[in-house]
Design a protein around this ligand. Structure first.
Ligand code: ADP
Ligand code: MG
Length: 687
């Protein structure tokens, strides 16, 4: 089909441009059409004014001109801002960029021609323009072209003209053949523009009304198909197999509780009650356990695993990393073994002989509980009577992987997903739909709040002197770096370079190890064991330690080039300390001056509640990227915004449920999915 052909089949797209398009995730002709213009940046050429004609009541207007100067300035209050002066011969315009907009001026220099939209106010010597969007006008580009023109995101040497030309060619192909990508009944019933009309209008709208109609259609389409995908997935897991009815808490659960070195917190008790009741129900449990980092989820899952074992069934817990699997295995053995429950560990580094033995034990039921990584979903793993499936740090697993694990059971097993990534309610609704949710807020008692500090790199020596002092008192520390090896392209500290620097300099004589994802599993294990046992005092690591690692004696974390991390990730990282009774510290080092980065670090410094941080992250980054849908095994949204389009989302959910419950409707959706311009929805449907 034409939309699957490479973009380079289009005139004007040679190998170089094809390469640059790939940076925008555009491979095929279909991708060209699926790459929507920036939604607030269309240019209406009938509206281009002379600078002298601009009205000055603060309205958004469009004008063109040549850049006279680009300068950095300070306001009277000492705030930095950038100023671009433009003239078209009729008058001058001063365009202001404040705060985070300042970096927008980087690509502009005196002498180049630009098209500007922005809010215009009067000024002393020139028009003052704010909230501006600047677009370079290429040589020979005709700005008198009539109509409303799209503005695309660009990469490399690509120009707006390149993309517009490519889109026009692709639209010509679409005019010949373009199957509908929504069930026809829905398009008619909702009065949506047809697919071709909508695609034409989103790229080259005849009017803003048509543009809006096209946008509405694609927002609906995206959310509807996403909801159909989720429905399909759930239906797929919830087969007609029977659920398992567990008995009331018995001896093994009691023994496990008895053996704990602490009392459960009120939150843990409540979560456990909810889970326990779910398990006693004949209907399969589908529960999400949300608890901030360090809130003590592992012990709750241990009780659930004990419960399934004491009922003569098997339980498994899948975790995303080898390190985490090791650690959970140790914890679960400690809690469950004394109670007479056989626990095993299965990962990619399990030796062949042991592996064979474990596979046998799982198949004949001798093993009650297995902890593992992705290895658990491999085909040769079979269970005698799997009744409970737990996934930890589940945002690392896709829907499909969870389904594969659940499908290893002869029953419809109870499913518990645990996450330390607090998912805001709105996103939970999209991703989990009808999953029940238990929330554990707060931390176990006796923890002191982590002190979070942010320093520029000129304080680095002092920071590491502090590390040395803490280590001298018997504490342990993490040093987290964004990259493994030094790369010229990115000014980020690499773990190996920092490790070398520290052992030769400030941490000379201190037992200091390196941990990163490219090391062999056995090496990683050895290092982790050393750190857990206290033999290693300082662990210089990449984000491999981000999830789940639990070493209570580690009370200090230094995050190098902290601005390179997102809020959610920083919070996860910080959660590695503050797990013991000592005062813990998290020091973020940065030389960033980008306002976005500084805002992020400031929020981190002032806020330790993961749920609050998640909401802030949502505000800062928008719903599309937050804890990306992709992390849940779903495609990112391209045009819909979960927050803004909430009402459409809810409607789409109902419609998806109705459509998918009807075999004819489901077939129609399947066909529609196949006719998408790319395969991002196919993956959910396993098409
Ligand atoms: P997370 O929710 O991040 O997975 P963990 O399960 O790793 O947290 O627990 C973090 C630490 O808290 C562990 O050292 C665990 O032993 C401890 N812990 C858990 N529950 C309690 C409790 N009720 N009282 C005291 N310490 C607890
Ligand atoms: Mg955990």
């Amino acid at each position: 089909m034409w939309w699957q052909l490479p973009a380079s089949e289009l005139k004007g797209i040679g190998p170089k441009k094809a390469h640059e398009l790939r940076k925008l995730n555009i491979e095929t002709i279909g991708d060209i059409l699926g790459n929507y213009p920036r939604l607030n940046s269309y240019i209406d050429y009938s509206e281009v004014k002379k600078i002298s004609e601009l009205t000055t009541g603060g309205e958004r207007q469009l004008f063109a001109g040549e850049i006279v100067s680009v300068v950095e300035k300070f306001s009277q209050k000492g705030k930095r801002y950038s100023l671009i002066v433009v003239t078209d011969g009729s008058a001058f315009a001063e365009i202001y960029f404040f705060a985070r907009q300042r970096f927008l001026t980087r690509n502009f220099a005196a002498g180049s021609k630009v098209l500007v939209t922005g809010r215009v106010k009067p000024g002393r010597t020139a028009r003052n323009v704010t909230e501006a969007v600047l677009q370079p006008i290429g040589d020979g580009e005709n700005i008198k072209e009539p109509g409303i023109l799209p503005v695309y995101s660009l990469a490399g040497s690509l120009t707006q003209t390149d993309l517009r030309k490519a889109v026009r060619q692709a639209l010509a192909l679409a005019a010949g053949e373009l199957p509908e990508s929504l069930p026809a009944g829905l398009v008619a019933a909702r009065g949506l523009p047809g697919r071709f009309e909508a695609l034409s209008s989103i790229h080259f709208p005849e009017s803003f009304a048509k543009l809006q109609a096209a946008k509405n259609r694609f927002v609906f389409e995206e959310l509807f198909l996403l909801q159909c995908g989720l429905h399909y997935y759930r239906h797929h897991v919830k087969t007609d197999k029977n659920g398992v009815k567990h008995g009331r808490d018995g001896a093994l659960v009691a023994a496990a509780l008895e053996g704990l070195p602490f009392e459960l917190t009120a939150m843990q008790k409540k979560a456990w009650e909810e889970i326990s009741l779910d398990m006693q129900d004949a209907r399969p449990m589908h529960r999400l356990l949300q608890g901030d980092v360090g809130s003590g989820k592992t012990v709750v899952s241990a009780l659930a695993l004990a419960k399934t074992a004491e009922n003569g069934f098997q339980g498994c817990i899948m975790v995303p990393t080898e390190i985490l699997a090791q650690q959970h295995y140790a914890t679960l053995e400690e809690y469950l073994k004394p109670a007479g429950c056989r626990v095993e560990l299965l990962t990619s580094s399990t030796r062949a002989a042991a592996r064979k033995e474990i596979l046998r034990g799982l198949a004949d039921g001798a093993i009650s509980v297995v902890v593992g990584t992705h290895s658990l979903i491999q085909n040769e793993v079979a269970f005698k009577s799997l009744a409970l499936v737990v996934t930890d740090e589940q945002h690392r697993f896709g829907v499909e992987q969870r389904a594969r694990l659940a499908n290893k059971s002869n029953f419809s097993p109870d499913v518990l997903v645990m996450t330390a990534t607090p998912i805001p309610r709105t996103l939970a609704l999209t991703v989990y739909g009808d999953l029940d949710v238990s929330v554990m807020k707060g931390l176990p008692p006796g923890r002191k709040p982590i002190m979070t500090l942010c320093y520029t790199n000129d304080k680095r020596a002092e920071v590491y002197a502090g590390v040395l002092r803490e280590v001298g008192k018997g504490r342990q520390a993490y040093v987290v770096c964004p990259l493994i090896e030094e790369s010229e392209a990115v000014e980020a500290s690499s773990a190996s370079a920092v490790h070398q620097e520290l052992v030769q300099g400030p941490l000379q004589g201190v037992s200091c190890a390196l941990l990163h994802g490219r090391m062999k599993d056995v090496e990683k294990e050895k290092v982790m064991e050393g750190f857990v046992s206290g033999e290693i005092s300082v662990l210089v690591a990449t984000t491999v330690i981000e999830v789940g690692v639990n070493v209570p004696n580690a009370s200090l974390m230094v995050i190098e080039t902290a601005d390179r991390f997102g809020l959610a990730q920083l919070h996860q990282l910080r959660g590695r300390v503050g797990r013991g009774s000592e005062q813990s510290y998290c020091v973020m080092l940065t030389d960033a001056d980008k306002p976005e980065a500084l805002t992020r670090l400031q929020i981190m410094r002032d806020c330790s509640d993961g749920f609050l941080l998640a909401e802030k992250d949502l505000e800062l980054r928008g719903a599309g990227q937050l804890f990306g849908l992709r992390q849940h095994g779903l495609p990112d949204l391209r045009i819909a915004d979960i927050l803004q389009d909430m009402d459409v989302l809810i409607e789409a959910r109902d419609l998806a449920r109705r459509t998918m419950s009807d075999p004819k409707g489901a077939r129609e959706v399947e066909a529609a999915i196949k006719y998408q311009l790319d395969d991002r929805f196919c993956r959910i449907f396993n098409l």
